[in-house]
Design a protein around this ligand. Structure first.
Ligand code: NAP
Ligand code: ZN
Length: 359
């Protein structure tokens, strides 16, 4: 008989899981492995709520295995280290992002691009040694040391947590695709968790930043609080027309199915559109505006561990954190409901450390 989630591994763990496509979560007892020689165990303090968690809960991408414990913007304190662990000690504040294991030998892993390893193990919803991985909506996690990040001392743990996915997911393509030349014009499509951090990186790189949004009432905050230079309402044809051919690069963080044609129209000659959003339907790519303007469409997924550490250190230097709404674990279902309506300013973070009475 198959063992239960509570007993298949030696350590008792507790979290909140989704069990069907409704998008709601409920308390869940499960188990985790013992801390091995190369492992770091962390008591989870905070975990950001990424739209990928919601896509996974609802099985938008068709590969969710239930029950699923989401959460891949994890900040915690080290409670145990294995014999081979030299870079972390008990009491360190650390982070864990989107991945917890890769093959470590392929070309991508060897170039510090573990996030593109064909054998990548995601922090949750991945098969792992006959069991499954479970994410950060839980009391603790055991992770191979290679996938653990030092959390800079001057970054707040709660507002810093979203950097582990939202932050690296916009930082990495901005670096790779050369979207960092001071004075150039960056468009940020979708003002949510990823988008609002992209504004902050854009300003830190010296760019002019324009938000392209479906939500007019985000305008004043985008400009006054987040530092954007201008704001376009994407479903206002007049505003879109006025901005035609004015933007050098766009980072598309939109979570829902949408057309890229209007975005391509905003780009100048040689403009770049990089999508990091993961709507479930394929994008339709119109070739005429691409060919006629020597434009480029690219994609990018989060980032390798080395670059994630670099990004955290960059954020510490430039005081970049997420703007968050801190919630307790039992408020997660309301938060998910609001996230599905683009109603969050701009990232929910779960105060995991103060949510479970048993801790
Ligand atoms: P989020 O906080 O929900 O933000 C997404 C934003 O998209 C919304 O705030 C909204 O902005 C806009 N939007 C939503 N529905 C829309 C629609 N129907 N038409 C146009 N715009 C719409 O989500 P997030 O956590 O930032 O994640 C964004 C996307 O990136 C998700 O698909 C997520 O899965 C993906 N992601 C990818 C990676 C990766 O590695 N590539 C990593 C993390 C997340 P406005 O209100 O401004 O219109
Ligand atoms: Zn994420």
């Amino acid at each position: 008989m198959a063992k239960s989630y509570e007993t298949e591994l030696p350590l008792k763990a507790f979290g909140w899981a989704g069990t069907d496509t409704s998008g709601t979560l409920s308390p869940f007892n499960f188990s985790r492995r013992e801390n091995g020689d190369d492992d770091v165990t962390l008591k989870i303090l905070f975990c950001g709520v990424c739209h990928s968690d919601l896509h996974t809960l609802k099985n938008d991408w068709g590969f969710t295995t239930y029950p699923v414990v989401p959460g891949h913007e994890i900040v915690g304190v080290v409670t145990k280290i294995g014999n081979n662990v030299k870079n972390f000690k008990v009491g360190d504040k650390v982070g864990v992002g989107v991945m917890v294991e890769s093959c470590q030998t392929c070309e991508n892993c060897q170039q510090d691009l573990e996030n593109y390893c064909p054998k990548l193990v995601f922090t949750y919803n991945s098969p792992y040694n006959g069991t499954r991985t479970y994410g950060g909506y839980s009391d603790f996690v055991v992770v191979h040391q290679r996938y653990v990040l030092q959390f800079p001392a001057n970054l707040p743990l709660d507002a810093g947590a979203p950097l582990l996915c939202a932050g690296i997911t916009v930082y990495s393509p901005m670096k790779y695709y050369g979207m960092t030349e001071p004075g150039k014009h960056l468009g940020v499509a979708g003002l949510g968790g990823l988008g609002h951090v992209a504004i902050k990186f854009g300003k830190a790189f010296g760019l002019k930043v324009t938000v392209i949004s479906t939500t007019p009432n985000k305008k004043s905050e985008a400009i006054e609080r987040l530092g954007a230079d201008s704001f376009i309402v994407s479903n206002d044809p007049e505003q879109m027309k006025a901005a035609t051919g004015t933007i050098d690069y766009i980072i598309d963080t939109i979570s829902a199915d949408h057309s890229v044609l209007p975005l391509l129209g905003l780009l100048k000659l040689n403009g770049k559109l990089v999508t990091v959003g993961l709507p479930s339907k394929p994008l339709e790519v119109p070739v005429f505006p691409l060919v006629g303007g020597r434009k480029l469409i690219g994609g990018s997924n989060f980032g390798g561990i080395k670059e994630t550490q670099e990004m955290l250190d960059f954020c510490a230097k430039h005081n970049i954190t997420a703007d968050i709404e801190l919630i307790k674990m039992d408020q997660i279902n309301t938060a998910m409901e609001r996230l599905s309506k683009a109603d969050v300013k701009y990232r929910f973070v779960i105060d995991v450390g103060n949510s479970f009475s048993s801790l």
